[in-house]
Design a protein around this ligand. Structure first.
Ligand code: IZC
Ligand code: ZN
Length: 412
């Protein structure tokens, strides 16, 4: 007796296993026609071609449509105050992302808004984003802090993530990113800010167990690769695994460092060079690529195919944030993965499911549809996998099942 059965699946498409898929294995997606799935206690209990005939509390007819694992968004800055549409005229008059930041705008304007917002306001705002993300098929979301840049507001952001994880249907994974910018009160005193991070904020976040990962913005004018190593090593001592925003605008050593310290992931990598990629391949670091940011900032696109050819597992995520990627639509970044990186639909599906899950330490529980895995499943308004890359710009998700419960029914 299952709790939920999905019958009449036209095409089930899923990667397999619990580990990041690299090289030729990135495109190794299993497809089953005329499939059925049985779910018990929130977990997949049967996958195969014979229709589940047993009684179940709920039976869903997939009407010959595509079914995939729920999407994992491995890189977001979910919790923030305010928005930044005021930057549009600045950008139109030629100001770059780093120039807006250097003038006290960009991240620093979001820091001001996030410091001023109450915990309840931040919670309600992020919770409504998660509602919409779920309707677009996203069932697990990584969320970075980094709009506090002081103890009080970093903790406020991380506590909001913790609460959302307890209350919302979407699963959250928490990353501490206090090293996201130099706050204005530490302008020209970067060393003092690093001291604050290492001696006060990281120990507190670690002791309170508010984050699984520590990330840092390794970029010109922000943190060098040397700063990054110091900060990430302190965070490691407090149990946080390393992630790095690397080579987004300028390649200053972030990807090489990521491989050297065996970071779980390096993210962006728009300008990563061959040496950096080779270091990542040696270190087993997952590339988390963010094509909506390239699109929105009118920058180059990361060399995803080269990374796959070097046996680096590639994940793709939204980078949802109020500045460089104000969209959380993972379907759109999937489209860009095909159109701009030149990846196959199978490589992209792997990038937003199992590889993304592994990039946030969830490869054992989500990212594939297999017996024993958490039942996070999308029924698409699409007959096959190619179709969702073809009909770009539309929400093609019909239903979402999260931990075995039907939580989204977009056509109802
Ligand atoms: O708020 O601009 N790149 N951090 C690094 C961001 C983008 C988020 C932001
Ligand atoms: Zn980011």
């Amino acid at each position: 007796m299952y709790d939920l059965i999905i019958n009449n699946i036209g095409m089930l498409a899923t990667p397999s296993g619990n580990s990041p898929r690299k090289g030729n294995d990135q495109k190794d997606v299993i497809t089953i026609e005329n499939a059925s799935i049985g779910i018990k206690d929130g977990v997949v209990a049967y996958v195969g071609t014979s229709p589940c005939s047993e009684d179940a509390k709920t039976v869903i007819d997939a009407k010959k449509c595509l079914v995939t694992p729920g999407l994992v968004d491995a890189h977001t800055h979910l919790v923030f105050g305010g928005f930044r549409e005021y930057e549009i005229p600045l950008k139109l008059s030629g100001a770059t992302y780093l120039e807006i930041l250097a003038a006290g705008g960009g991240i620093l304007s979001t820091v001001k808004n996030t410091r001023e917002a109450s915990k309840d306001e931040l919670y309600e705002k992020a919770s409504s984003f998660l509602d919409d993300m779920l309707k677009h098929g996203t069932t697990t979301v990584e969320a970075k802090s980094g709009y506090g840049l002081n103890l009080e507001t970093e903790l406020k952001q991380l506590e909001v993530v913790k609460l959302l994880n307890e209350k919302h249907n979407v699963d959250l994974v928490s990353t501490f990113m206090g090293a996201h910018a130099i706050p204005s009160e530490y302008k020209d005193k970067k060393e003092d800010f690093i001291k604050l991070l290492c001696e006060e904020i990281i120990p507190k976040v670690g002791t309170l167990k508010l984050a699984e990962f520590c990330d840092i913005f390794c970029e010109t004018g922000i943190f060098t690769a040397e700063d990054s190593e110091v900060i990430l090593k302190v965070a490691q001592r407090y149990g946080m695994r390393s992630k790095i925003h690397a080579d987004e605008i300028n390649p200053i050593g972030g990807s090489s460092l990521a491989g050297n310290i065996k970071a779980i992931s390096a993210e962006h990598l728009i300008e990563a060079d061959r040496a950096g990629m080779e270091s990542m391949a040696r270190g087993g670091t997952i590339a988390v690529l963010l094509p909506a940011t390239s699109f929105y900032l009118a920058k180059n696109f990361a060399k995803a195919k080269e990374m796959i050819s070097l046996n680096i597992p590639v994940a793709i995520a939204s980078d949802f944030n109020p500045g460089s990627s104000p969209s959380f639509n993972v379907q759109f970044v999937m489209n860009l993965g095909y159109l701009k990186y030149g990846l196959t639909p199978e490589e992209v599906l792997t990038a937003v499911t199992i590889n993304a899950a592994c990039a946030v330490g969830r490869g054992d529980t989500v990212g594939t549809i297999e017996v024993g895995k958490q039942a996070d499943i999308i029924i698409w308004d699409a007959p096959n996998l190619n179709y969702i890359f073809y009909r770009f710009g539309n929400n093609l998700v019909d239903k979402v099942i999260k931990k075995g419960q039907l939580v989204v029914d977009n056509k109802k």
